[in-house]
Every structure is written in structure tokens, then in C-alpha cells.
Ligand binder design. Structure first.
Ligand SMILES: Cc1ncc(C[n+]2csc(CCOP(=O)(O)OP(=O)(O)O)c2C)c(N)n1
Ligand SMILES: [Mg+2]
Length: 674
């Protein structure tokens, strides 16, 4: 690599890019940890993108029509931090750069959307960013169809490394983006032939150009250190009617002794080698010092978008009052006022007619009344539309010739779907929900976890939530998935017992602004247990008394979802024997945990024996079986202690002992001290 030739060819560009490289070296050295090589390798691409193309106003990092920049190779976080500091971002200051990776700093090890306004998405788990970006690009298309190109007209730019492209989820994302011709999506591949263990060839020989081409992308191959080539490639990529991948041949840790080696991937902290690299760059200032001339050039780049933003604001202000209000409402994620009344009306009607339906069908009944009044919902399924009951009549299908369509056929891509939904939610203006079988939570899990960490209200519609799905057998029967979902911080796990609870759960999910929801829904029909209409959203309390004891309260039965009606039948048996029994429905543990202790004690008072019934593993139930303050109540669990089996659902419930009689017997045993 002839760095002198690069410098000589375009000294202005060189120094701007060198600022990224030098800041990266300094911050990583100060932290004694981090990843120096990626930002040093991609500094030229970043500089040209920000200087010549990215529509971005550093003073208004949330301006709705900005281009989105996503660093999928999140380990290269110093790239985005350097860029933001250099441009004069109000949050990523020099102090923050100096505190890279320290407690409380915005400059976390990997970029986190909740740490700085200008960070679009949290990356680090490789493959997520590129998969989020597909959702960003879809949301942009949908929003444009809704509000017009005068208001919505931006691009999504992604930087992905070899790791992102090796991760399976990228394949799901690339396939979906190609099929949907997401022409506003432009991915730069940091083609440096290096990962942590060594050369990419240790583990891969994929022809990435062929792969993207086969998926329907436009592909260009360039020298990732040649500013003119980078500029020309971006200009060309913007004009295609397909998504674009620009393969950028780069040198990891450019100019450092570790260049082109896997050592260059990590923290380059050796002082002598750092000094040598800076000398190669012609960088003569001290640590964290950027020459004024370079800094002011970068600041000018930061304000480059101001004019475009002002012009956009004028165009926006010229829209009708209604259109502006609706745009702002959808962007803010505020549910329309009508939602609450609509849910109440449905609840009332259901409590009166008391149908016996699967909660997946209940969910569809809710969506049928909700989708028409929430134009921001975008539904979808990973090839299980008819099973997940996610499609309603008025949505229309999102497609190349119908960008206003609100239903996405994601294909068999649970992980890609979940990541894309997160991207949509982060883009804003749309509220995504998508379905698959509860068992395939596993396939979507990395993105579900990130939804929680990123505080986005993505809704995961997970049907076929237990052995109650029957004949498909243990491969499809979730037993541990409720526990895994509940173990995830900042996640609402709803397991509604009937249509009324399903409606209440949806209302919470659709008004949430910072917590994702998992809706665990049954395949099999369930009776309506909420036959007495209440305006109040009972699921909001997390757990509540569905039926109280008649006479002295001796037992409390706790259950969720399909087992609530079993608990009610067990109560009938016990009451007939004179054993006063309360039934507590617990559709959302997280919301119950958030109640005051007094509320929890009112619902689950100490004293009576406690039996929990859930067609899953007992993991986690101790929290409710033990009682407040860990005082052990006499308690038992009726559920699964291993995998299910393939048989009709009713037989399975008997076989695994999840029956009203078994629950009643457990209570009798506990009361008699057995
Ligand atoms: C899902 C996931 N697996 C593993 C890692 C750990 N990891 C971080 S970077 C990296 C190598 C990435 O290689 P590449 O994308 O080529 O980055 P480069 O070395 O070129 O900077 C690995 C394995 C991770 N962050 N995410
Ligand atoms: Mg690499």
C-alpha cells in the first residue's frame, strides 16, 4: 500500500480520514481495549460518504428525512464516535472520546442507540445492523408511499464487515432486500480479508459479489482507499433500482505495523507502533488533538445538511395540518385516541358472546379492529400467515409495486424478520408486528434481545405456544421459551387466557414506546374466561383475581393462557368439596412485578397453598410460588419437566398430567401436608 501516493493525490481528503484514524488509535489506547483496525480501514469510505453524500445535519440528528447511517460492524464503534465528534455533535464530545468504553460514557464498547441521539441502532452482534437496515429501508418506502416523496426521500447506508456477511442472518436480510428491490439501501462491504482468527479463507470461500448479485443486488467493486472511486460508486449506487453492495477492498489497520493481519482487528496500544503509524499519516499533533483546519473542515461537513433540512421543513410546513399531525403522531409512536374505545368495545362484545377460540384467532380479531384505525401498523409473518393469523383484510401487501402495503411476506426468515422489524421501529413512522411459532423464538432470539436492549416496541406474535399445538410434536412444542423470554430484561411476555385478555395485551403492546412485546398465543380453542365486562385493562396489572374463593380461602391457583381455564375447572372441583379456591390469571409477569408490593400481596396473599399451572417448564415460577419476601408458601407446580410429544392436544394434556383433576389433587395433597 503506497500511502505516500494516497496522501499526495488528495491531501485534504487524506487529513480528514487521518483524523478518524488518529482518534481511533488514541481512544483505544486510552481505554486499553477496543478495535482499532476497522475504523482505520474504512476511514476513507466514511469520509467520502459523509462529505459528499450523507444527508445529515449534526445539529438535528433526528430530523426525520435524514439519511440513515448504520455501522453493522459495530466493533468499529470508534468510527462513528470519531465522525460525530469531528462534525461537532452535541453529545459525542471530546470528553466522551477520551472516556471511550468507560462506565457512564456515551461512547460504549459498541454503538448503542440509547446512548446518543445520532446513533441509529445498536450494533455489535454481527449481522444485526445489515438486517436492521432492511427494515429501515422498508419503513422509508412505506412512509414515502403514505406521505409522498417531498417529505420522505432518504437513503440507508450500511457498513458491514466479513463477519456480518458470514452470519446467517445477513443471508435472510440480503434475500429479502433483493426481492423487495430496496433501492435506497446501500451497503459497503469492508472487504479486508481479515477476521479475528486470521484470513477469511480459513473459514470461507464465498463469492460475495456473486452472492449479492444472485439475490438481486447491484454490485460494484472498488478500491476502498480511493476517494474518487468511492464517490463514483456511491453516486452510481443511488441511481439503481435495486439495493446496492459496494465491495470496498481495504486494508485493516491501514498504515500500522499490524496492517493486513488479524492483530490489526483488535486494540492497537503499543506506543511506538502508534507513533510510527501517525508518522506515516503525517499526523503531528498530540493525542486527541485535531488540527483546527481539519476540525473545521469536518464541522463544515456536519452542517452540510442544514440547508436540505431547512428546505424540508418548508415543504413539511406547507402540508395540511392533518397530514403534519398524522406524520408527527406516527413518528412519535403515539397510538390514536380511538384505540382505547375500540379495544373496550371489542372486550364488551366478547364478554357477552363468550366465544371459544384460539388466542391466535383472538389476536386476529383484535387486529381486524385495530389495523383500520392504526395506519402505522405493518404486519407480517415468516411464512406462517394462516397459522399466525397476522393478516387482516385492509392491510394490502408490501411489494415493489405497492409500497403502501402494510403486510410483509418475510419468507422463512425468523431472525431476519425480527431484525428488520427492529429496523422499522427504529426508523420510526411505522409500528411493526410479525409472527412465527413460539418455538422459533430461538431463531429470532438475537434480534428479540436487541429489541429489548434498544428499547423499541416491536411486537412478536408467537403462536402455537405449548404442547397444545398437538400433533406437530416436540420439535414444534415450546416448553422453555416462556422462561427464556421472561428472563430477558425489558420485555413484556403476554400469555393471554382468552380474547379479552388478548385485546388488553395488544392495547399495551400498541401503546408501548420503549418495550418490545412477545404475545404467546394458543393454537387450540380456549373458552372465554372473562365473561364479565370490565372497562379496565386488567392485563395492565400483570396478574389479577379472576375468580375468588367462596368461603375461607385455602388455595390459590395461578395460571396463564390456555391453563387458566384448567385452573377454573380445578376451582370448581375444589369448591364443590368445600375448599375455598382463588384463581389468579397472570398474563404478564413483568407488569405484575412492577406493581407495588401491596398490590401483589392483595392478589397473592400469604397463607393459602399455591399451585401454578402452565404448560411449560417451571423455571421462573418460584418467584410467585415462594411468596413475597421469599417466605415459602406451601406450593406446587403443574406443567412440563421435559419435551412434549406428538399426539392430539387433549391426549397430551392428560399424558403430561396438566389437568384440572391433577391441580385439585395437588391442592388436596398440600392441604393435608403430603
Ligand atoms: C454474533 C457475533 N459473533 C461474534 C462476535 C465477536 N466478533 C467481533 S468482531 C469479529 C470478527 C469480525 O470480522 P470482520 O467483520 O471481518 O471485522 P474486521 O476484523 O475486518 O474488523 C468477531 C468474531 C460478534 N461481535 N458477534
Ligand atoms: Mg474483516
Amino acid at each position: 500500500m503506497d500511502i505516500d501516493a494516497l496522501k499526495a493525490k488528495n491531501p485534504d481528503h487524506w487529513m480528514k480520514a487521518a483524523a478518524i484514524r488518529a482518534l481511533t488509535l488514541d481512544a483505544v489506547a486510552a481505554a486499553k481495549s477496543g478495535h482499532s483496525g476497522m475504523p482505520m480501514g474504512m476511514a476513507d469510505v466514511a469520509t467520502v460518504l459523509f462529505e459528499k453524500h450523507l444527508k445529515f445535519d449534526v445539529a438535528n440528528p433526528t430530523w426525520p428525512d435524514r439519511d440513515r447511517f448504520i455501522l453493522s460492524a459495530g466493533h468499529g464503534s470508534m468510527l462513528v464516535y470519531s465522525l460525530l465528534y469531528l462534525m461537532g455533535d452535541a453529545e459525542i464530545t471530546l470528553e466522551e472520546i477520551k472516556n471511550f468504553r468507560q462506565l457512564g460514557a456515551r461512547t460504549a464498547g459498541h454503538p448503542e442507540n440509547t446512548h446518543a441521539t445520532a446513533i441509529e441502532t445498536t450494533t455489535g452482534p454481527l449481522g444485526q445492523g445489515i438486517s436492521n437496515s432492511v427494515g429501515f429501508a422498508m419503513a422509508e418506502e412505506i412512509q414515502r408511499a403514505r406521505f409522498g416523496a417531498k417529505i420522505v426521500d432518504h437513503y440507508t447506508y450500511v457498513m458491514a464487515g466479513d463477519g456480518c456477511l458470514m452470519e446467517g442472518v445477513s443471508h435472510e436480510a440480503i434475500g429479502l432486500a433483493g426481492r423487495q428491490k430496496l433501492s435506497r439501501l446501500i451497503v459497503f462491504w469492508d472487504n479486508n480479508d481479515i477476521t479475528i482468527d486470521g484470513k477469511v479463507s480459513l473459514s470461507d470461500r464465498t463469492d460475495q459479489v456473486g452472492r449479492f448479485t444472485a439475490a438481486g443486488w447491484d454490485v460494484q467493486e472498488i478500491d476502498g482507499h480511493d476517494p474518487e472511486a468511492i464517490d463514483a460508486a456511491i453516486a452510481a449506487a443511488k441511481k439503481t433500482d435495486t439495493p446496492s453492495m459496494i465491495a470496498c477492498k481495504t486494508h485493516i489497520a491501514l498504515g500500522h505495523a499490524a496492517q493486513d493481519t488479524s492483530k490489526g482487528h483488535g486494540a492497537l496500544t503499543d506506543a511506538t507502533q502508534m507513533a510510527a503509524a501517525k508518522a506515516v499519516y503525517g499526523w503531528t499533533t498530540g493525542p486527541f488533538e485535531v488540527p483546527d483546519a481539519v476540525k473545521s473542515q469536518w464541522e463544515a461537513i456536519g452542517t452540510r445538511g442544514a440547508e436540505a433540512r431547512e428546505a424540508w421543513e418548508e415543504r413539511f410546513d406547507a402540508q395540511s395540518q392533518n397530514k403534519r399531525a398524522e406524520f408527527n403522531r406516527q413518528l412519535a409512536g403515539e397510538a390514536p385516541k380511538k384505540l382505547s374505545a375500540t379495544i373496550k368495545a371489542l372486550k364488551k362484545q366478547i364478554s357477552e358472546s363468550a366465544p371459544s377460540v384460539a388466542t391466535r384467532k383472538s389476536s386476529e380479531m383484535v387486529l381486524e379492529v385495530v389495523n383500520p384505525i392504526l395506519p402505522e401498523t405493518v404486519g407480517g409473518s415468516a411464512d406462517l400467515t394462516g397459522s399466525n393469523n397476522t393478516l387482516t383484510a385492509d392491510l394490502g401487501v408490501f411489494d415493489t409495486d405497492n409500497r403502501g402495503g402494510r403486510y410483509v411476506y418475510y419468507g422463512i426468515r425468523e431472525h431476519g424478520m425480527a431484525a428488520a422489524m427492529n429496523g422499522m421501529a427504529l426508523h420510526g413512522g411505522v409500528r411493526p408486528y410479525g409472527g412465527t411459532f413460539m418455538c422459533f423464538t430461538d431463531y429470532a432470539r438475537p434480534a428479540m434481545r436487541l429489541a429489548a436492549l434498544m428499547q423499541v416496541p416491536t411486537v412478536f406474535v408467537m403462536t402455537h405456544d405449548s404442547i397444545g399445538l398437538g400433533e406437530d410434536g416436540p420439535t414444534h412444542q415450546p416448553v422453555e421459551h416462556l422462561a427464556i423470554s421472561r428472563a430477558t430484561p425489558n420485555t413484556y411476555v403476554f400469555r393471554p387466557a382468552d380474547t379479552v385478555e388478548t385485546a388488553e395485551a395488544w392495547e399495551i403492546a400498541l401503546t408501548s414506546t420503549s418495550t418490545p412485546s412477545v404475545l404467546a398465543l394458543s393454537r387450540q380453542n380456549l373458552p372465554t374466561v372473562r365473561t364479565e365486562h370490565k372497562n379496565k385493562n386488567m392485563v395492565e396489572q400483570g396478574a389479577y383475581v379472576l375468580a375468588d374463593a367462596d368461603g375461607k380461602r385455602q388455595a390459590i391457583l395461578m395460571a396463564t393462557g390456555s391453563e387458566v381455564s384448567i385452573a377454573m375447572a380445578a376451582r370448581d372441583i375444589l369448591q364443590a368439596e368445600g375448599i375455598g379456591t382463588r384463581v389468579v390469571s397472570m398474563p404478564c409477569w413483568e407488569l405484575f412485578e412492577a406493581q407495588d408490593e401491596a398490590v401483589r400481596k392483595r392478589v397473592l396473599p400469604g397463607g393459602p397453598v399455591r399451585v401454578a399451572i402452565e404448560a411449560g417448564v417451571s423455571f421462573g415460577w418460584d418467584r410467585w410460588l415462594l411468596g413475597e419476601r421469599g417466605k415459602r408458601e406451601k406450593s406446587g407446580f403443574i406443567g412440563m419437566d421435559g419435551f412434549g410429544a406428538s399426539a392430539p392436544a387433549e391426549e397430551l394434556y392428560k399424558h403430561f398430567g396438566i389437568t384440572a383433576e391433577a391441580a385439585a389433587q395437588k391442592v388436596r395433597d398440600l392441604l393435608s401436608g403430603k
